[in-house]
Write a protein that binds this ligand. Structure first.
Ligand code: DNO
Length: 446
């Protein structure tokens, strides 16, 4: 083999390749072949790797802190889910949640800490700039002060009107026998037009979709219609509010005069109010994208594309105004180039959600389902390669945040997940598998 290789050398070889060839032909004395030679080149542990964090919904979560530790988590992402939107997060409540994270049921230390807030929710009053929204700006700043005093630096939020993330099916059976979540545009249109009966709903979809929605609705049993209504409107885990159908109709009414430009202005106003405080405290705010990344129910959505992020980052140009890069949410649009977004938004990405989706129809909006972490339409290896490059850039600049917190986002329900009844999207084993795969890719790339 070496003769063949030497025979085809017509160009001078770079020094590094020559060194490799020489080392292969003349292994160091005492090296017992390939294995020993590889072992002599240690994994470069001095370089930063992503910080592997795990979302936990508090003591109600059926996946425990002990489970998170065994899954390989290095830190915890959580929130004070019981505190109403717009209210101050008190030092007492923050400290209580920190203790719950740090301590196992028997009292021993878990070895884990609360490292990322997801989410410190933005109230509907702030999104619509109505009622007590100025009080809510002040409350948000106070909560940031309290979080900073507790040593928590990364704070995720979103600016989606009314609904947070939205799916039509929370347990869609996949070929391997497990289940996953799905957003079916036909089912969604059936909900909008026939269950919610939103005025103007039919005009939001093209004629073929309206017809398919009517057929779908006619074929659903009463129980299936209820399930669809609950899946869409009742709010998924982590959503700050949960609506009945009537409550949802009332909320939609409040957005009558709010188009995308107005909503974006309200977001920029919110950031102008809270980012200076975050910057002074050394915190990193990071906006989660719209999920799915297109308007729903006639509501505007303004954090769906790279251009959306670029506009908002430029409008409040501070390192404290950053991005939660969620490859699952953004990946539901074919025009979002995720590795490119990581390159270009780079230094402002403060939190990563890594997960994958398979788009079942073309264009935007589309039908999609949540794929396994390395499957689906997003090239996860290219995404992680871009993250590794960004972390190396930061390390070279001496940035303290060279290690970006990453959580394996969502997971399919597999094995014991199917009977555990954890929060939709947040099973123990499906996420553990995702984390293991993502870590493997990361390790190989480094
Ligand atoms: C879904 C989550 C979102 C996210 C919020 C952030 O699984 O990623 O609910 O937590 O949008 O504010």
């Amino acid at each position: 083999m070496s003769l063949g290789l030497a025979g085809c050398l017509t160009q001078p070889l770079p020094a590094i390749m020559l060194a490799v060839i020489v080392a292969l032909l003349f292994p160091p004395a005492g090296a017992a072949g390939h294995h020993r030679w590889v072992a002599a080149a240690p994994f470069p542990t001095a370089e930063p790797s992503m910080r592997h964090v795990w979302r936990w919904f508090g003591p109600v979560d059926k996946v425990t802190i002990a489970d998170a530790r065994q899954a390989g988590a290095q830190g915890i992402v959580t929130a004070l889910h019981h505190v109403a939107n717009g209210a101050v997060w008190t030092p007492v409540e923050i400290a209580k949640r920190q203790r719950e994270v740090a301590t196992l049921p028997g009292g021993a230390s878990s070895g884990l800490a609360w490292e990322v807030v997801e989410s410190l929710p933005v109230s509907e009053a702030v999104k619509t700039q109505t009622g007590v929204f100025r009080d809510h700006f002040a409350a948000y700043r106070t909560s940031l002060e309290h979080l900073a005093s507790a040593g928590i630096e990364v704070v995720c939020y979103n600016f989606m009107p009314v609904l947070d993330w939205t799916r039509t099916d929370l347990a869609w059976r996949v070929a391997h026998g497990g289940t996953t979540m799905r957003f079916d545009l036909v089912a969604f249109a059936a909900f909008d037009i026939h269950v919610l009966k939103r005025p103007g709903a039919a005009e939001s979809f093209d004629a073929a979709l309206v017809e398919a929605a009517a057929e779908r609705f006619a074929a659903l049993t009463e129980a299936e219609r209820d399930t669809l209504a609950r899946s869409v409107s009742a709010g998924l885990p982590g959503s700050a509010e949960h609506w009945s159908l009537d409550g949802l109709r009332t909320q939609l009414g409040l957005y009558g005069a709010i188009d995308a430009d107005r909503l974006r202005r309200n977001l920029v106003d919110f950031l102008s109010e809270v980012v200076p405080t975050a910057e002074r405290l050394g915190l990193r705010l990071c906006c989660h994208p719209d999920d799915p990344p297109f308007p729903l129910l006639g509501l505007p959505r303004v954090m769906s594309t790279e251009a959306d992020y670029a506009a908002v980052l430029a409008a409040v140009d501070s390192p404290a105004n950053g991005v939660t890069l969620c490859t699952g949410s953004l990946g539901a649009r074919p025009d979002n180039d995720l590795p490119g977004m990581i390159e270009r938004l780079g230094g402002r990405i403060h939190f990563l959600h890594l997960r994958n989706v398979t788009r079942e129809t073309t264009g935007t909006p589309c039908t999609f389902h949540e794929a396994e972490h390395l499957d689906g339409d997003t090239d996860m290896v290219a995404v992680i390669a871009a993250v590794v490059r960004e972390e190396k850039r930061r390390a070279a600049q001496g940035r303290e945040d060279a290690q970006i917190p990453m959580r394996p986002d969502h997971g399919q329900d597999i094995l014991d997940d199917l009977v555990r009844g954890a929060q939709p999207g947040y099973p123990a084993i499906g996420r553990l598998k995702g984390l293991a795969e993502l870590r493997g890719v990361e390790r190989a790339l480094r």
